[in-house]
Write a protein that binds this ligand. Sequence first.
Ligand code: UDP
Length: 238
Amino acid sequence: MTKPAYKRVLLKLSGEALMGDDAYGINRATIERMVADVAEVSRMGVELAIVIGGGNIFRGVAPGAQGMDRATADYMGMLATVMNSLALGDAMRQVGVTARVMSAIAIEQVVEPYVRPKALQYLEEGKVVIFAAGTGNPFFTTDTAAALRGAEIGAELVLKATKVDGVYTADPKKDPTATRYTTISFDEAISRHLQVMDATAFALCRDQKLPIKVFSIVKPGALKNLIMGGDEGTLVHV
Ligand code: UDP
């Protein structure tokens, strides 16, 4: 077997990726399939950290939060990411992958706090590290948490999992002539107004020269293929 193209990566999953075809929450079959993909990559010796969103449960900007104090609603959103992280960690345990959930908000009876040297140690030991509670601050998103933690742990790449297999010249659902970029620079993505990650996350990755790979989490084998260096998704580079 040829060697993986990356040693350490940060995978960003949206909360919605866990919903499958459901309207809310966690779909069992979907999380199991996702974990099988992650487990395969972890067993190849790739050091893997994951940031998971909370949009399948609660978002600070959701209609249900209307009229609420924004910071309070955002803390609820962060707690939603903790629930998803626990579900993900447990699903990994069930397939024999050791995962550690680390939270940016102290809830020590439930999950250990995020401590950078400890996260690095877990990664070196081959454990999957799941970063819960985003950045720990309201007014941010888990995309930004992914960029931040990715930079902190020295990841070679931020993998942004989406339902589409990359960044397109136009919305492929609306425009049949739309084509996928294999690679695109940060500057070109900005000048073409292409939405890759939210603006704060994007700026952080660009400043830190941390490339982003946008790929499809619903396409079977895509995660492994891109880890092996295959033509998958879109690489956003400096
Ligand atoms: N959130 C936050 N700070 C963070 C990360 C997340 O306040 O650093 C809150 C925010 O309310 C957000 C929610 O948690 O709407 C869920 O995160 P996100 O929307 O990024 O999840 P995703 O869209 O990836 O499922």
